[in-house]
Design a protein around this ligand. Sequence first.
Ligand code: THU
Length: 131
Amino acid sequence: MKVDWTPLFAAAEHARAHAYAPYSKFQVGVAVLTQDGAVVEGCNVENASFGLTVCAERNALAAVQVLGKKPRAIAIRVDSAQPTPPCGACRQVIAELAPKDLEIRSRTADGQEARYTLAELLPHLFDKSFL
Ligand code: THU
């Protein structure tokens, strides 16, 4: 299935608008396309106890899991000057739940885009094959 990124980024922008980021002011919206064609959104949710903050990617992936679905592609919408990749913690969680050929793209408000594969972002990953 070819990924239609236009509606996926529209959903990511919708999610970004709901980000709860009063401390960092860094709003992140994510939309995950599932393997059966659903679109599931997530935003970052911060906390006064800073370490409890959860990234948009992990919130979106948890919602995908609740639906019993599997990710196919991830769109990340940020407001920064350049597109940003998922943080290290999120890469590990993506690796746990997503297939090896997952596509990841990040875009800014002015349309700059970066494209990533999971293998690029997390080489030598630790996963269940070692357990
Ligand atoms: N953040 C995400 O939601 N996703 C990322 O991949 C990077 C960081 C959030 C966490 C925090 O709320 C804010 O961005 C600044 O780090």
